[in-house]
Design a protein around this ligand. Sequence first.
Ligand code: HEM
Length: 452
Amino acid sequence: MHSKYDKISGTYLFHRPSLLILDPELACDVLIKRFSSIPNTADPFKRHNDLQYGLIKLKGDHWRFMRNLISPIFSAGKLRTMSPILEQCCSRLIRNIEDKTKNGHSIDIKRMFGDFTMDAVAAIGFGIELDLYTTEENEFIKKAKGIFGAFLGFGVLINAFMPPLYSLLCKLELDIDRQNKYCLYFKHLVEQAKKLREDNKKRNDLLQCLLDAHKETDLSETEQLLEYKINKEQWKKKGLTTEEVNGNSIMFILAGYETTSTVLTFTVYCLATNPEYQDKLISEIDTSIGQDTPDYDNIQKLEYLDCVIKEAMRLYPPAQRAFRETHQEMEISGYRIPQNTEVSVSIFALQRSPKYWEEPEKYNPDRFLANNKSNLTPNAFLPFGLGPRNCVAMRLALMEAKCALVTIFQKYMFVTCDKTEIPVQLDAGALLRPKNEIFLKMEKRKSKVFDH
Ligand code: HEM
């Protein structure tokens, strides 16, 4: 479509018209300047489970209030305090690798990074330590994977294509997408985690940050919304309700699990299939931080690490599109677009377009080096979206991915084997991910740094 229609094209999602943006300047216009709402967000008066109170689902003033409250949770200061939790997740990851690679067999890195990010979501999100590498699937993992499946399932399709039917099914309390079942589990979990904190000992996880912002109120949420519509200043005084704490906790699992694991998987796949860049990365790690434990501060020194991850996200952005919706009829690039039309920016198309990238299909992290920056087209690289509604947890996701990669490359390197699928096949569902397992061998590095 990009080669045929260039900047902008119209599509239909069944009966619903949807505008597709394929141009960086228009992307900036849509994502940064003109829109803040995303489509299919829940009607505030028809919320049927706590997930509907998560940031990603909100609109207007309610979204603005929540975004202001949640953004500081991912500030540099807060992330520094989360570093020790992540350090433990990385130690568990490396112990698992040592165990799995003893016999020299290849390992499925998609599974390995899936386990790692699940461990990190539980530990950083809820302060829960999952015994995930040694036991069979536990309840947390089953439910987290379940809610993810439900999130992308049948109910979501109905919601997207026939919102009135979806609202009706919800009103009838039919748990069409099974979200309620899973939400209930996490609701209990948050309650349990809260009870465990009654010792008044502060934790440094995401749940604690939400609880600190929590304030019980006598008004029901509907009453609050009515009041706040009249007096917007009231938002500033509002704390988080129980539903909002639960909803955002669940949302952290949904948004944080597969995205980060996919980025790690593709980064390592790209490095194994392009070993010259893997060597460059290892050499940077050895000279800049050696065998020091990676944390929020020392990973900032690793420029090439940043480049290898960015280049993997350019070729394989987990979120392929960023979605918005028109609040009123408006003109975009000379076209009249009706109110409530979905407008999406194709992250995938922009990041692989020969118009903006030299040899776009080639993995070449050097293009992101500081001295090559002048060659980059502004807004043609947007794996975390753009503007006020971009990924609120970008820093956390990058810290998690970088600490995991440094921990691994301090000891191991990846090589392809007979079972490695080259080129990798993509499964382009709601999120972009590898279609099949990705098998690679991990070889212990013989480095002077840790031989003595
Ligand atoms: C590498 C991993 C990740 C990628 C590539 C990613 C990508 C994105 C993208 C493209 C958006 C939409 C941006 C837009 O429409 O402009 C988004 C939104 C969001 N992401 Fe992420 N994300 C990642 C990790 C995470 C993590 C770990 C969390 C939570 C712990 C998270 C929470 C969110 C939330 C809450 C939003 C909605 C923000 C809002 O509506 O205000 N993401 N993410």
